[in-house]
Design a protein around this ligand. Structure first.
Ligand SMILES: [Zn+2]
Length: 463
């Protein structure tokens, strides 16, 4: 198979890149001096998104022969990912691509490169780094891309928002998501306020699906950023700063955190606390090594000591970074989420938040909590009582206040009422219970038995 793309050469010319892929292993590029390092470097970039450098014989040729630099990385990456069928896309047109690819899959201009004056006539679209796009804001054929994922999205849908007004948004087909009544309420609260949350539950129960849907809802309602699900790190080195930066306004999904090295988990703490960004971050984990603790029909096969040890990996300060916690479990009898209603309620809750002009509740800075909340006197009393009883710190109090505000917004209530505080406190306390009070998951104490806020029975805050 031979694929063709246009790319930008060292002497500022658009040239044709031909990439052939055959069975075998050798990589050969006529025209790149650093050719031998490319497979390893791009492999690292691909892994950020779950792709890999394929075991193929790959030969790259430039027409006419030209001296290429790192700006041709993007074109090669796309050829390799399409050619190895990791991107299920049929490229029917010639695209011009320019940009170097860093180790996290970000598309960047090569320092010192000049902007092109003319574009190749054979290409219908020209994909360039975001930094270049702003110089061509009137030209809809020039598309700015931030990462390899953006390129894939563009090739897949053939269009993107930043192409300008001439492009219509593709209608999203909402999948059938089945959740219990209280998980539906939880789902809505997270979506409305973009609250960082921790999902625990057996494998295959929809944790990843929920995270992706939250992101889609953010995207639909707020023109959000991208979704990123990085590969679990193998060492303490976690590029969390870069992840947060890239998912600004979007969603960062940290899956299988129970399998992460302890040092990697600890490395997340400080950046998550200090993050001044609008990323919705979500972590997910199995509840135990075998994955089935708490499952309705499949027994857990782990010795009790191992479950404790597994859950103790999540330290209190780590869990504190999340405002909400849920045990997710699929049950065939659960009801389908009615998307039209979710979107309707979301829109109204978001309207309440934008009227306040302080951003989404999940990301309210601590010093503006007082202005935003309008907490009823009785609700404050409940909150302080709960704080005394549980010994929770100020950070937890803030988390509870943010979540309670979202619950009030979803009910279009001007003030935060005691029942909002009580349910939010209970949801947050269940989170803390993960380490030392795992019996909280028992049916008598699980937040999921509390029901929707219309009839809260919060044991944790009653005197
Ligand atoms: Zn188990």
């Amino acid at each position: 198979m031979v694929l063709e793309f246009s790319t930008w050469s060292r002497n500022n010319q658009w040239v044709q890149l031909q990439v052939s892929m055959e069975p075998g292993y050798k990589f050969q590029w006529v025209g790149r001096r650093d050719g031998h390092q490319i497979p390893q470097r791009l492999h690292a970039a691909f892994r950020t998104f779950g792709w890999k450098w394929p075991g193929k014989r790959i030969t790259v040729l430039t027409q006419p022969p030209a001296d290429l630099h790192a700006g041709s990385d993007a074109a090669l990456s796309v050829a390799v990912l399409v050619g190895s069928r990791q991107w299920p896309i049929r490229v029917q047109e010639v695209y011009s691509l320019y940009g170097s690819v860093d180790l996290f899959g970000k598309i960047l201009p090569v320092p010192g490169d000049v902007l092109p004056e003319s574009w190749p006539a054979s290409s219908r679209f020209h994909l360039v780094p975001m930094e270049w796009k702003r110089h061509f804001s009137g030209n809809n054929a020039v598309v700015g891309v931030g990462t390899l994922q953006d390129i894939q999205n563009f090739l897949h849908h053939g269009m993107r928002r930043d192409q300008g007004a001439s492009v219509q948004k593709k209608e999203i087909i909402w999948p059938d998501l089945r959740l219990s009544e209280d998980l539906q309420w939880f789902f809505l609260v997270v979506a409305a306020g973009a609250h960082p949350c921790f999902l625990m539950g057996p494998p295959g129960t929809g944790k990843t699906q929920m995270a992706r849907l939250w992101w889609k809802l953010l995207d639909v309602t707020c023109e959000g950023g991208q979704f990123l699900e990085p590969m679990p790190p193998r060492s303490a080195h976690v590029p969390i700063g870069s992840w947060l930066e890239r998912t600004e306004g979007g969603c960062l999904f940290l899956d299988e955190v129970g399998e992460w090295p302890l040092k990697a988990l600890e490395a997340l703490r400080k950046p998550l606390e200090e993050a001044q960004c609008s990323t919705l971050y979500i972590a997910a984990s199995n509840p135990c090594p075998c994955g089935f603790q708490g499952h309705a029909s499949r027994p857990c096969t782990c010795p009790p000591g191992r479950i404790q040890a597994y859950q103790r990996r999540f330290s209190g300060p780590f869990l504190d970074r999340f405002q909400l916690y849920a045990y997710v479990q699929a049950d065939p009898s659960d009801e389908s989420v009615v998307w039209s209603e979710v979107r309707h309620r979301l829109k109204r809750a978001r309207a309440m938040q934008s009227k306040r002009g302080l951003g989404l509740n999940g990301q309210l800075p601590a010093d503006s909590l007082g202005k935003a909340l309008l907490v009823q006197e009785a609700a404050w009393t409940d909150l302080r009582l709960w704080q005394q009883r549980t010994g929770m710190g100020e950070r937890s109090v803030h988390a509870v206040l943010r979540v309670a505000r979202t619950m009030a917004d979803l009910e279009e209530s001007v003030g935060v009422q005691p029942r909002h505080i009580r349910l939010a406190a209970h949801w947050h306390w269940s989170n803390q219970g993960l380490i030392s009070k795992s019996d909280l998951w028992g049916p008598a104490h699980s937040w999921s038995t509390l029901g929707a806020p219309r009839s809260p029975r919060p044991q944790s805050s009653q005197p």
